[in-house]
Design a binder for this molecule. Structure first.
Ligand code: UDP
Length: 248
């Protein structure tokens, strides 16, 4: 039974305070522990979803690793007086994990995104990480879960990247994780689109200045509605901060 008491609470979600290196090491350690373990990478938008969606909240909180995907959560934790070590963007975590998996010949199943994208991502990743075994791929637009779960089980994959968007991927992993037979399942949003080269990450300057969210907003204005959750998150953090001050 893992001890999650050391997690840092940000609006009801406990985050693991780890450096990127520590997070990857913890994930590798989970691969050798019995059972199916889940990694989630909530950003402020997902924290806000979890405030209203009990099932999503449970799926996120019960994961083996809860990593702060973006600067918003880091700022929120700092504002609440309980800073987290550093942001651990899901896509960078995934890249580092694949590097380590390649060294030990571990296998990876890619689930999610539009038809063809996971396969392209798989081809590119096996070229990029020699030694990494791609056990299989499947798009994220299926009706029945059971055949997909069975396909993953048959593939014998050690790790599954589940990229169905939030909170669908967190709920899917919580429901089917054990049945896939995989040791580790990571919810990684739109990462397959980036690995396949169909979507580009923000250039380094934007990432280094914590403006990746703004870059994505400019590229995909349809995200504006979703991104309104960010100011809401900050309002809720301020409210929580005031509440904590009153209590102390
Ligand atoms: N997606 C999917 N099945 C669905 C809904 C979404 O596979 O039923 C995929 C979608 O194609 C995209 C990813 O999930 O590749 C979600 O990407 P988004 O940019 O919304 O995620 P973020 O990285 O912002 O969490």
């Amino acid at each position: 039974m893992q001890d999650n008491s050391a997690r840092i609470d940000v609006l009801g979600i406990g985050f693991d305070s780890l450096t990127m290196q520590e997070a990857v090491d913890r994930a590798l350690a989970l691969l050798d522990e019995p059972g199916a373990h889940r990694v989630v990478t909530p950003n402020p938008e997902i924290v806000e979803v979890c405030r209203e969606n009990l099932a999503a909240r449970h799926a996120v909180k019960s994961a083996g690793l809860v990593l702060p995907d973006g600067i918003g959560v880091i700022k929120g934790a700092a504002m609440l007086g309980t800073p987290l070590k550093e942001k651990v963007p899901g896509i960078e975590f995934a890249a580092q994990l694949m590097g380590k998996m390649a060294e030990s010949g571990r296998s990876l199943y890619l689930l999610g995104s539009k038809p063809g994208v996971a396969r392209t991502a798989g081809n590119r990743l096996s070229a990029q990480y020699p030694g990494l075994r791609i056990a299989g791929t499947h798009d994220g637009y299926f009706q029945d879960d059971a055949p997909v779960v069975e396909e993953i089980r048959q593939s014998g994959a050690d790790v599954v990247f589940v990229c169905l968007g939030a909170p669908k991927q967190e709920l899917w992993m919580a429901k089917h994780g054990e049945a896939t037979g995989a040791k580790l399942l990571c919810g990684l949003g739109g990462s397959l689109d980036v690995f396949a080269g169909t979507v580009e990450r923000a250039p380094k300057f934007w990432r280094e200045h914590n403006l990746e969210w703004f870059y994505r907003l400019c590229k995909e204005p349809r995200r504006a509605g979703r991104m309104m959750k960010l100011p809401l998150f900050l309002v809720h953090v301020q409210q929580e901060k005031r509440r904590k001050c009153r209590e102390n």
